[in-house]
Design a protein around this ligand. Structure first.
Ligand code: GLP
Length: 255
């Protein structure tokens, strides 16, 4: 079962996620991190930066990227990851890859998968969840076994992400994203969600049926998942009392 931790704020969640990353990097200084974009992981990056660790040997693989933005566009995930993750954390830019950043787009999925394998796989994958229930950009209907590939964005996702662009017409129609199968291969998943808009997607992902219609539900198939949510995002969890009880009574070696 996933470990579900309900915390009072996004800042508290960021501290917990940063602590998990610190534990990993202390035992493996060249750990491989899966990097999510979006507003959700920002408190994690902030808390991690404040820990002052040497992360220069850490390797990174972004979860997803838009297709069709001009190179260097400030809202490309390449630029977002550089600004919000690589610079503040002191990662080495050449050790961080973004899907679609090399070679022809048609072959980009395969070459990204190969690069992840050559790096020894992703140790810890940070994840947010979209309002459609997507993780990465795996929209409803994505195969549970899918690998990195080009996808068409759902209209809801384009509407949600329009806040980063001058208008909805400027939001790309396509993306390239790690697949649900790629995400399942990471050794540890840390899924974060805050606010009431995420209560439905989180309840469906953690407690609903495992289904391609609910891409986030794929985390139920993973042996090591840490879900960190605030009270609003936890509002529709049927087993919230149990999750709190299990966390409050976690064993010493789990702390
Ligand atoms: C985006 C990203 C996802 C992210 C999600 C939620 O579309 N592709 O990786 O998890 O939407 O975004 P936010 O964290 O801003 O709510």
């Amino acid at each position: 079962m996933a470990e579900v931790v309900i915390v009072e704020s996004a800042d508290a969640a960021g501290e917990l996620a940063a602590a998990a990353i610190e534990r990993l990097v202390r035992t493996k200084p060249d750990a491989v991190l899966g990097l999510a974009t979006g507003s959700t992981p920002l408190t994690t990056w902030r808390a991690l930066a404040a820990r002052g660790l040497d992360l220069s040997r850490v390797r990174g693989f972004a979860l997803d990227e838009y297709v069709g933005l001009p190179p260097g566009h400030p809202e490309s995930y390449r630029a977002v990851i550089a600004r919000e993750v690589v610079e503040p954390l002191g990662l080495t830019p050449s050790l961080v890859r973004v899907p679609g950043d090399e070679g022809p787009l048609k072959l980009a999925g395969e070459s990204y998968e190969r690069a992840i394998l050559e790096a020894g796989g992703i140790d810890l994958q940070v994840l947010g969840i979209g309002r459609t229930g997507h993780i990465g950009f795996n929209e409803p209907g994505s195969s549970l076994a899918s690998l990195t590939r080009v996808k068409t964005l759902a209209e809801q996702t384009r509407v949600d992400n329009a806040r980063f662009f001058p208008s909805i017409d400027d939001v790309p129609m396509h993306c390239i994203t790690q697949g649900l199968g790629t995400i399942l291969r990471a050794r540890h998943l840390v899924l974060l969600a805050f606010g009431k808009a995420k209560a439905g997607p989180i309840a469906a992902a953690l407690e609903g049926p495992v289904s391609a219609s609910t891409p986030g539900s794929v985390v139920q198939l993973h042996p090591r998942v840490t879900v960190i949510v605030d009270e609003s995002a936890a509002a529709r969890l049927a087993h919230a009392d149990y999750y709190r009880h299990a966390w409050d009574n976690r064993l010493d070696w789990e702390r």
